[in-house]
Design a binder for this molecule. Structure first.
Ligand code: ADE
Length: 243
């Protein structure tokens, strides 16, 4: 059964990237059902207004609740199954590989893309009376809107959906799946511009290669992401680990 993804945005063109590459292929093969909607379709004034000034003052404009309410009514009627609504926001919970794994098991995701300073909070409150809602942040920086965040989240999630990625094995060892960064990777030629592929990888000694990859992952993580290493439960380390 295909995973359904609805995206509501005032910039549907941003989501054209979802027609490309492996996500595009998965859609053509019927593994993903992606639908992008223009929020302005749910406005009624001639200017198709989606924003207004903030109560309480402050800079910029806020997305008005009414078009969002109508969009949710149309896409996820109160009776029947409901999607998990994801609202990208720098004020959300940090997006992680763990979250991507959980979301990849859900049958239906819906994304609400905020622009300007953000969406009226009652949109999230009201949606939460009907469906699971998660405000999610890509990281501690600010984008113009949620569209690029949707591309990132949709890619991280859908590549974990069975049948989307050709080679399911490549998911098992990669960075963040194990909680550590992945060891460096090499292909042919064995020597290139004076740089050689590490000897052990061409040795054919499987057990040594496994140990080397593990050591490299530990070293790399210790050097560039000590926070990840510190968060690894002691039980995850084996007796040969040292860093
Ligand atoms: N919208 C604006 N900034 C964002 C961020 N850092 N993460 C998710 N959505 C956003």
């Amino acid at each position: 059964p295909a995973m359904r993804i609805d995206v509501v945005t005032v910039f549907p063109e941003y989501l054209q990237a979802l027609d490309l590459s492996l996500i595009g292929r998965a859609r053509k093969r019927g593994r993903l059902d992606v639908r992008v909607h223009q929020l302005r379709e749910w406005t009624h004034d001639v200017h198709r207004t989606v924003d207004d000034s903030p109560y309480g003052g402050g800079p910029g404009m806020i997305m008005r609740p009414e078009p969002w309410g109508e969009a949710f009514d149309a896409l996820a009627p109160a009776e029947g199954p409901v999607p998990h609504l994801l609202v990208p926001s720098p004020a959300g919970v940090p997006f992680t590989q763990r979250m991507a794994e959980q979301l990849s098991t859900e049958p239906w995701l819906m994304f609400a893309c905020g622009r300007y300073e953000g969406i009226d909070q009652r949109v999230i409150e009201h949606a939460a009376t009907r469906m699971p809602v998660t405000e999610v942040s890509l990281g501690d920086y600010v984008l113009f809107g949620g569209e690029v965040a949707v591309l990132v989240i949709a890619e991280a999630v859908t590549r974990l959906v069975p049948g989307v990625l050709g080679n399911a094995e490549s998911i098992v060892e990669e960075s963040h799946t194990t909680g550590l960064l992945e060891a460096p990777l090499y292909t042919k030629p064995a020597e290139w511009r004076g740089h050689e592929v590490p000897e052990v990888l061409v040795s054919g000694h499987h057990a040594k290669i496994v140990r080397w990859k593990r050591d490299q992952a530990l070293l790399r993580t210790a050097r560039t992401r000590p926070d990840l290493l510190a968060a690894t439960p002691v039980g995850e380390f084996d007796k040969h680990d040292r860093a």
